[in-house]
Design a protein. Structure first.
Length: 292
């Protein structure tokens, strides 16, 4: 597992004023050049999960991969009571852009991280040059979501049942290898996920950095206005959608945005929701192209 971190990027903690804590980040590439890309992870994951995908880009680009609130090494509070949307994740990204005075950046993200990027770009067009999304969460435009149905969904209930405590990180790797969502992952990527996805406890054991309750809250909170954010976009948005089990749902409203030239959508054959893990080459090519 240690070999996965042998060439780790620079680990940072960025104080986000008025957001209640710090956002953790991995800083890839030449620290003397401006940030080219801000990359945002999926629900339950962390920035380090994508290290093997992003590290090869560091030779010519600078990438800041962040841990969202309630994930990885970030210290931003993760309060679930009364939470109904991902607007807080959006506001964290906006605070990051403002705190570091980032401009002309590409916002890129996977799943929930991609959706947070869409929400943020609508309010920070002066800082963003384009948006690249890997199977973002885009719910059908069919009116309000019934909270009772969402709270009883398999995703929410599965998150709440997730084992949170293990004897050590090696035990986590052994338990996850070849199973569930991790069955197609390379060992190095799984080790990276575990490295920042679990933290030491006072009793010597390790526990999930993203608490099951927070992961479930993300699955259950969908009152944010993704469609409105798409319509407000003033920068190019490109979506790579999974062929199987995509969270970017087919919808006439999405088709209309594509037809109007507001966004571009490409379905990638042979991929699932874990598109970045399955096609890192394609992710790298898209990010390089976005910065040109």
């Amino acid at each position: 597992m240690e070999s996965a971190l042998a060439e780790a990027p620079r680990a940072r903690l960025i104080d986000l004023k008025d957001r209640g804590g710090s956002m953790a980040a991995l800083d890839f590439g030449d620290s003397g050049r401006p940030v080219d890309i801000v990359f945002v992870h999926a629900n339950g994951f962390n920035a380090r999960t994508y290290r093997t995908i992003l590290a090869p880009l560091a030779e010519g680009l600078r990438i800041l991969a962040v841990d969202q609130r309630g994930h990885g090494r970030s210290t931003l509070p993760a309060e679930t009571v009364g939470r109904t949307s991902w607007n807080g994740l959006r506001d964290d990204l906006l605070a990051l852009l403002a705190t570091l005075d980032l401009r002309d950046v590409v916002l890129a993200g996977h799943s929930m991280g991609g959706t947070a990027c869409v929400l943020a770009q609508a309010l920070a067009a002066e800082r963003v040059r384009r948006v690249v999304l890997f199977d973002p969460v885009v719910m059908p435009a069919a009116g309000p979501v019934d909270p009772s149905q969402v709270s009883n969904s398999p995703l929410v209930q599965g998150a709440l049942r997730r084992r949170a405590v293990f004897p050590d990180k090696a035990a986590v790797v052994a338990a996850y290898t070849g199973r569930g969502a991790f069955r197609t992952w390379q060992g190095e990527m799984l080790a990276d996920y575990v490295a920042d996805g679990f933290r030491e406890r006072d009793d010597g054991q390790v526990e999930l950095s993203c608490a099951p309750e927070w992961e479930a809250s993300n699955f259950a909170s969908h009152a944010h206005d993704t469609w409105g954010a798409f319509e407000q976009a003033k920068v190019p948005i490109r979506i790579l959608r999974a062929e199987e089990g995509s969270t970017c749902r087919e919808d006439p409203k999405l088709d209309a945005l594509v037809a109007a030239g507001r966004i571009a959508v490409q379905t990638i054959p042979g991929t699932s929701h874990f598109l970045p893990m399955e096609r890192p080459d394609l992710v790298q090519a898209e990010l390089r192209a976005a910065v040109r």
